[in-house]
Design a protein around this ligand. Structure first.
Ligand code: IMP
Length: 179
């Protein structure tokens, strides 16, 4: 285990198993309606989860990336700024957003509104983690990997000051790292 990690919340094996279940569920849900989603991954945190999940979606999907940030500081506040937009047109498409963690819900709420405004036919969300206690916006992911308590987590794409994204599990940092 990394020396800065206090405890592991979700192991690599648990993530792999859950990604397989979610991939199968997504395949069934879209497949039964004869639809194929355009998978939209939000940079950078969703990348490891995207890579694991798409192995288990048995549909001819395409994926694209968006990079968005909130206007102020580390706490996501107010509206979002688009740092990288999609290369693909979303008009008439069924969009499946892939996110690492839904926290306040502000990021996703803005992204969902924007995609609908641009003419997406449907927008669904799959997230590796959900932190419902912190929610400010009324937004619920359609597919959730794991629910976590109100605790800052790192690993499997999630960072603290751009570090720890590459850990193969999800964990909590030792308290002294935050001081
Ligand atoms: P929201 O707009 O507040 O839902 O923020 C979502 C984004 O904040 C996520 O995509 C993460 O990048 C980041 N975030 C929220 N909670 C955590 C955490 O516990 N660890 C790492 N990043 C987090």
């Amino acid at each position: 285990m990394n020396k800065d990690i206090k405890k592991i919340l979700v192991s690599e094996e648990e993530i792999q198993r859950r990604a397989e279940e979610l991939g199968k569920q997504i395949t069934e849900d879209y497949g039964s309606e004869g639809k194929t989603p355009l998978v939209v991954a939000l940079l950078r945190g969703s990348v490891p989860f995207l890579a694991e999940l798409i192995k288990h979606i048995d549909l001819d999907i395409q994926y694209d990336f968006m990079d968005v940030t909130s206007y102020e500081g580390t706490e996501s506040v107010g509206d979002i700024k688009i740092l990288k937009d999609l290369d693909t047109s979303v008009k008439g498409m069924d969009i499946l957003i892939v996110e690492d963690i839904v926290d306040t819900g502000r990021t996703l709420s803005s992204v969902v509104n924007m995609l609908k405004h641009k003419g997406a036919s449907s927008v669904k969300i799959v997230t590796l983690l959900d932190k419902p206690e912190r929610r400010v916006k009324d937004i619920t992911a359609d597919y959730i990997g794991f629910e976590v308590a109100n605790e800052f987590v790192v690993g499997y794409g999630m960072d603290f000051n751009q570090h720890y994204r590459c850990l193969p599990y999800i964990g909590v940092l030792k308290d002294e790292l935050y001081s």
